[in-house]
Design a protein around this ligand. Structure first.
Ligand code: B12
Length: 213
């Protein structure tokens, strides 16, 4: 029964049936499905399928946008209900942003919900954020961590720039950095000298807790 709902929800996102997303997400929650399962096993997988369809030119930008809007309808219902098992062992302030030039913010918003659920304070600067603003906010709030996201290879340079600016201001090591999002990987993280990288939002909560220790 719950698998059926999850498959249906996934299909609704892929096909961009925007009006059906909220009721189905509510149905899944009412059936007792863990919000994390809905997000990671149904919604995120649906977006991966949308990505494949875009790559194989079955889908174009309008369909991708509609799918993203449909996913947001479901997330509006599911994210507030998410319980995060990993509670941060210590308090922490984190500046979170999607770097300049990039508007992909679904993953960033899932991460924000998980980190908030873990008990951390998140300053979310949104998407398409200049590096300078990210560093300024982190300094103003005395944040321990800067977490940035990008899904595009063309905007990866912003993450390198963050490391450069932190070094220039003698803040490297004092203010820790973590990067994520589809265009990033462990190798790139090591290459530019970030303190951490995580594959998904679940892993990110654990890694960030380690960084705060
Ligand atoms: C939805 C989508 C869009 C939507 C975005 C809507 C929105 N509000 O986000 C719209 C239609 C606007 C869009 C636009 C474009 N897109 Co687009 N898009 C996608 C798509 C299909 C899905 C992305 C997504 O939401 N995934 C679901 C979320 C949940 O996953 P996620 O973001 O990866 O996040 C998870 C992890 O990565 C991690 N994570 C994320 N952030 C962070 C941060 C930290 C610190 C950590 C630790 C972890 C972490 O946790 C998350 C949850 O587990 C991808 C395909 C793909 N395979 O990713 C293409 C894709 C990202 N897009 C792409 C492109 C090229 C574009 C456009 C340039 C197209 C164009 N010609 O205009 C524009 C870019 C506009 C811009 N300036 O940003 C390319 C990028 C290629 C590249 N490698 O550079 C992709 C890969 C498609 C492709 N195969 O070509 N897109």
């Amino acid at each position: 029964m719950s698998n059926e709902i999850l498959d249906k929800l996934s299909d609704v996102v892929v096909k961009g049936k925007i009006k059906e997303a909220k009721p189905l997400a509510e149905q899944a929650l009412a059936a007792g499905v863990d919000p994390k399962i809905i997000i990671f096993d149904s919604l995120s997988k649906a977006m991966a399928t949308v990505g494949q369809k875009y790559e194989s030119k079955q889908y174009f930008l309008p369909q991708v946008l509609l799918a993203a809007q449909t996913m947001y309808q479901a997330l509006d219902v599911v994210l507030p209900r998410m319980k995060v098992d990993t509670k941060a062992k210590q308090p922490g302030k984190i500046v979170l942003a999607v770097v300049e030039g990039d508007v992909h913010d679904i993953g960033k918003n899932i991460l924000k919900a998980m980190l908030t659920g873990a008990g951390l304070t998140i300053y979310d600067l949104g998407r398409d954020v200049p590096v300078k603003n990210i560093i300024e906010k982190a300094k103003a709030e005395s944040a321990q961590i800067i977490a940035t996201s990008t899904l595009m290879t063309s905007t990866l340079v912003a993450m390198r720039e963050i490391e450069r600016m932190l070094a220039e201001e003698n803040l490297k090591g004092k203010m820790k950095t973590i990067i994520g999002g589809g265009a990033t990987n462990k190798e790139y993280s090591a290459q530019i000298g970030t303190d951490a990288w995580a594959h998904d939002a679940i892993e990110a909560v654990r890694v960030i807790d380690d960084l705060l220790a």
